[in-house]
Design a protein around this ligand. Structure first.
Ligand code: C2E
Ligand code: MG
Ligand code: MG
Ligand code: MG
Length: 282
């Protein structure tokens, strides 16, 4: 009886492994195709960030979207990880860079002043030719590096500290600004971040989503805000889904808020309408 049980478990386990393997393989193949194709399945959306001292938009986070003919919508968390492992991240980031800077330039021409935040993976931070490409793109569109923010995930940074510091310093001296994404998930401390050329942290949304009701989250966020103030770091809260949370963050001196309460990530055309109609619009 036990043997049959174990046997069944093995079969299920194998089936599950196979399903995951097939999905991973399909994502890799389809992503290669999407990157090579003319009418790309890839697109960018932008999510507003609001300065809590003025209650106006100050920045947009650029987020990639992929709608594939075979797989449908594939979440970026899933395909970015696979792209990193399959050696495709450079191509993905290259595509994101060009599209994001084109869009930033479009909004600058229209007179908007907000900055744009782009997500980079650790591999990108170590890829000098890719970073040179970024510098050249900015030159091509006559934009300053300071009009961009680069977000890097806390856990990536902790895993690869020494190389990262060198490259971060080099980019900072060229005028780039960095933010530590998903802060609170990577087991680093603010004291450690003090040694990096970073002036902004983004508190991970897992601490913010239930801020209005969860006393543990309130205590954590309150403590992080106090320490960040002592270390002179700017704080962004991501995952603000309700007005109560937004007001708590404002009262406690958080600098910037981002979340569905303000807006979901939007394609460029929808973002223009949002900028004109939202009370948070520029
Ligand atoms: P992230 O950089 O931490 O981005 C924030 C994520 O939180 C986004 O998910 C956003 O849609 C989501 N979010 C924002 N506000 C709320 C809210 O109020 N409630 C909830 N439940 N979620 C909220 P998204 O777009 O699915 O991206 C997931 C992750 O994928 C990103 O996390 C980032 O790590 C990665 N990613 C997305 N675009 C890119 C990209 O262009 N390049 C790279 N390297 N990574 C990217
Ligand atoms: Mg981010
Ligand atoms: Mg995040
Ligand atoms: Mg994330």
């Amino acid at each position: 009886d036990e043997a049959i049980h174990t046997g069944q478990w093995c079969v299920h386990y194998r089936a599950d492994l196979e399903a995951r393997y097939v999905r991973r393989l399909t994502i890799t193949t389809e992503l290669k195709r999407a990157l090579a194709s003319e009418q790309s399945e890839l697109s960018m959306v932008y999510q507003p960030k609001v300065d809590l001292s003025t209650m106006k938009v100050c920045s947009m986070e650029a987020l990639i979207r992929w709608n594939n003919a075979v797989l449908g919508f594939v979440p970026p968390d899933e395909f970015i990880t696979i792209a990193e492992q399959a050696g495709l991240i450079e191509q993905v980031t290259s595509w994101v860079m060009r599209r994001t800077i084109e869009d930033l330039s479009y909004f600058r021409v229209k007179g908007y002043r907000f900055t744009v935040a782009m997500n980079l993976s650790t591999q990108d931070i170590q890829n000098k030719p890719l970073l040179n490409k970024l510098v050249n793109l900015l030159t091509e569109f006559a934009l300053y590096p300071s009009s961009l923010e680069l977000e890097i995930t806390e856990s990536d940074l902790v895993a690869d500290a020494s190389l990262a510091i060198e490259n971060l310093n080099a980019l900072t001296s060229r005028g780039f600004h960095f933010a530590i994404d998903d802060f609170g998930t990577g087991y680093s401390s603010l004291a450690y971040l003090k040694n990096l050329p970073v002036n902004t942290i983004k508190i991970d949304k897992s601490f913010i989503l239930s801020l209005a009701t969860d006393e543990n989250d309130q205590q954590i966020v309150h403590t992080v805000l106090g320490l960040a103030d002592a270390f002179n770091l700017k704080v962004v809260a991501e995952g603000v889904e309700d007005e109560v949370s937004m007001n708590i963050l404002k009262d406690w001196g958080c600098d910037i808020a981002q979340g569905y309460f303000i807006s979901r990530p939007l394609p460029r055309a929808d973002l223009e309408a949002w900028l004109e109609n939202s009370p948070f619009g520029e």
